[in-house]
Design a protein around this ligand. Structure first.
Ligand code: NAD
Length: 299
């Protein structure tokens, strides 16, 4: 069993740290929020007074933070030369499970390697329910050696860890996957709105499209209209699920990655714009399938 530091004990990081402790690892956790520290202690995590203390003398350091700027500043400290990378023993394994921009992921990878550490970026899919149940899917970027060391630890927080290639490729996979999901959701919303206005029952279109070439995962699992897919958030007043604000964040990350690589993603750009409108309209807390309201002209 390993000794592990864990920084960022929020909605996702909290249950992940508790699952590592439950699996028998010794976990030292840190968060800026007192309530997050208290919940972690109740779940068997030893809490410490700074990120650096969590990274000192451990074999591996997890981070689960909001976005790229927080990861960069926690890794490098306010001056870029302190923080986790300086505090950890040489050869420590860093696992960043946050969803962040590809450029930041590659920058912290380079800094970690320059400091003599190993690193993987390992963003997750599965949401808070998946974090609680230790059933997350992890998309992992980093060297073969880093992945080999990371995999047994990732098994304590998820059901599947897929090696996506070198540094930053986990974030590339997450951005591309969620860009496809956002586009498919919007395509589903448009098609079902058009069908209804033309007098075709949504359930009939669902039965046809499920057996035809319009079939897609968003339609089958997260149908935006109630009464069609039992488990969909549309049947629970669009309580997430996967919040529209999260989809918005991920679409913006996909657009940052596209700009950085000089790739045109016009449908991804349009999806990002539509979610910006929806979230700025005050609907960020609803499930991402609620964007059907915007398409239907309801809000
Ligand atoms: P959250 O806001 O609940 O948790 C983030 C935690 O980081 C907070 O507790 C905050 O206090 C802490 N934090 C921020 N800056 C810090 C610092 N400098 N030092 C120490 N702690 C600090 O967010 P979350 O929902 O747990 O999401 C975390 C990451 O996981 C994000 O990148 C998000 O995009 C990603 N993600 C979230 C979900 C989801 O459903 N919530 C799903 C997949 C991926």
């Amino acid at each position: 069993m390993a000794t592990i530091g864990f920084i960022g004990l929020g909605n996702m990081g909290g249950p992940m740290a508790r699952n590592l402790a439950k699996a028998g690892h010794a976990v030292k956790g840190f968060d800026l929020a007192p309530a997050a520290l208290e919940a972690a202690r109740a779940g068997g995590v030893e809490t410490v007074d700074s990120a650096e203390l969590a990274a000192r003398g451990v074999e591996a350091v997890f981070t689960m933070l909001p976005a790229g700027p927080q990861v960069r500043s926690v890794y490098g400290g306010p001056d870029g030369a302190s923080g986790l990378l300086a505090a950890a023993d040489r050869g420590t394994l860093f696992l960043d499970c946050s969803t962040i921009d590809v450029d930041s992921a590659r920058a912290v990878h380079a800094a970690a390697e320059a400091a003599g550490h190993l690193m993987v970026d390992a963003p997750v899919s599965g949401g808070v329910a998946g974090a609680e149940a230790a059933s997350l899917t992890l998309m992992v970027g980093g060297s073969e050696a880093a992945f080999a060391r990371a995999e047994p630890l990732l098994q304590a927080v998820g059901k599947k860890a897929i090696h996506a290639g070198g540094a930053g490729n986990g974030q590339v996979a997450k951005a591309c996957n969620n860009m496809m999901l956002g586009i498919c959701m919007l395509a589903t919303c448009e098609a079902f709105t058009l069908a209804e206005k033309q007098g075709l029952e949504p359930k009939v279109l669902f039965d046809i499209a499920s057996a035809a070439s319009g079939m897609n995962w968003a339609m089958l699992n997260h149908h935006p209209l109630p009464g069609i897919v039992e488990t969909a958030a549309s049947n629970r007043d669009y309580k997430p699920g996967f919040a529209a604000a999260m989809m918005h964040k991920d679409l913006k990350l996909s657009q940052a990655a596209a700009a950085s690589a000089g790739v045109a993603t016009p449908l991804g750009a349009e999806a990002a714009q539509l979610y910006t409108l929806f979230v700025n309209g005050g609907h960020g807390d609803l499930d991402y399938s609620a964007i059907v309201k915007l398409i239907r002209g309801e809000g």
